[in-house]
Design a protein around this ligand. Sequence first.
Ligand code: FAD
Ligand code: SF4
Length: 531
Amino acid sequence: MHCAVIGSGPAGIACAKGLTARGFKVTILDIGEQLPAKTDALAKELAAMPVKDWPQDVKAELSRNPTIKDPIPRKLYFGSDFAYGTDKPYAPLDSDNSAFLPSVGRGGYSTVWGAASLPVADCDIKDWPLTRQDLEPYYREILNWMPVSGGDGTIETAYPSFTERLGRLPLDRQSEKLLADLKKSESKHNPSKFVYGEARLAVDPGRCDPCGMCLSGCPRQAIYDTSETLNQLVDGKAVVYRPRQVVHSVNETPAGVEIIVEDLESQSRQTLTFDAAFIGAGALGTARLLLNSKRLFNESLTLRQSSKFLIPILRAKGVPSPWAENALALSRVFIEFKVQGFADNWFHVQVSSMNQMMLEALNLAPDQSRSWKRFLASPVLNRLMVAWCGIHSDHSAQISVSLSPPDTASEPPTLISRAKETEKSVLAGKRAARTLFRNGLSHGTLFLSPMSRLSAPGTGYHCGGSFPHRHKKVSTFETDLLGRPFDWENIYVIGGSVLPSIPATTIAFTIMVNALRIATQVPIASGKSHA
Ligand SMILES: Cc1cc2nc3c(=O)[nH]c(=O)nc-3n(C[C@H](O)[C@H](O)[C@H](O)COP(=O)(O)OP(=O)(O)OC[C@H]3O[C@@H](n4cnc5c(N)ncnc54)[C@H](O)[C@@H]3O)c2cc1C
Ligand code: SF4
């Protein structure tokens, strides 16, 4: 069977791995924008030498992020925004106050993600036609090739690690102290409502030489990025990878699955035929592709997402100059909790220590010649940490998406995305912040709840749910357990779009797991083989 996989992000690559393991022929069609060659060369220059020898000007150049003070800052990859699909003539977008942008990069958003990786909990997927037990074999399988690090705490009781090989990453002093205080307060918490632990991160400790650049890109490729697995699949001749290909539509015909692609180099369109197609184009890319394939203009789809809010934290005891460490800048502590008298869903907290990027956001970085200010602020900065909190999509804002018809047949239609903030996300955020404040007192942590700020919908990029899996499809925009939309038999949706709701915790790991499950369970397409 010859399969087309659309996209090279977590969904596409996990699916491609599953299909090739079954002996199917796989062609990956991908927009696949890349890091500019000059920047890539600079990153490789750093990777080739020990961190202590890194030229500071090169490190500064690759850590540059001019969006840091924007209303909706973006995480860049070595200063480049190549992964984000803004202003692309081949995929026009009209987005209002939603922070969620389509991905167009090689590796999808795994190039810029925070690598936070937890499995789902059953209480958060009650509306899925699947349980965690159904997914468990696929979590285990993904962990055979994706590194995940973690460690101590009570988090294992609610979120099993599904591997005996959890890596251990070095802890910075602020995180170490927080974890120690959480441990001391363990007996004060009901483990069915409050668990904590070292952050579960898709980071390979064997490659990490702490350099503090995690929020700008990892020169040593310790943070897992699906491009690496893609390279292995291509080098091993397990897949054919075709970048610079924009898939505009898919359709089932008696001849097979027909895919209309635009080659960005030659600017020409052609029709390719496969036995089956697997769509992992990200939640917005998938919505655009499916609506366009069926010419469903001005029909509104609902994207579900996990709303996020930030709370500054003051610790009872500080550590001197925490920002001076070259420590990992990813979140190093997770706290999962439920709110008394609220829905039975986990809220998720990722705690980050003070680092150079935070100093920059506060205008206190050394190169801004305000170090006297930083000196005066030290007693506070030494105690300051930041909690980034997630809310289950049932209590979060939603994003509505539709396709506006093009003026001429040769132009692509425009995707319109509108965020719908709701009272319930504001309320859920407030309830969660109050619970954090109360819980925090038991472990010497003051969550500054009155300063909590709800981020714009889509900020965490934990989005999906527009073509949810159902046991039995009822409405037009639902899919069966294999992700098949409409009346199609050999076209499968494999990304976050098919997850019926979005837990507060993390999403990419489960997207990979579900994509692998689909790839493992699809029947062999009947009819003509496009070998
Ligand atoms: C800054 C940031 C931090 C994040 N941190 C985390 C985190 O810590 N933990 C977590 O779980 N999640 C995180 N996420 C979310 C996570 O990265 C996404 O959920 C995940 O990447 C989605 O995977 P995907 O494969 O479905 O889609 P994507 O990663 O969006 O990949 C889509 C792919 O499809 C291709 N494509 C799109 N349209 C077309 C088309 N028409 N034709 C051909 N190819 C196409 C693109 O080139 C790309 O390769 C983060 C996201 C961002 C942006
Ligand atoms: S500290 Fe972060 S950026 Fe540096 S090597 Fe480790 S994971 Fe990569």
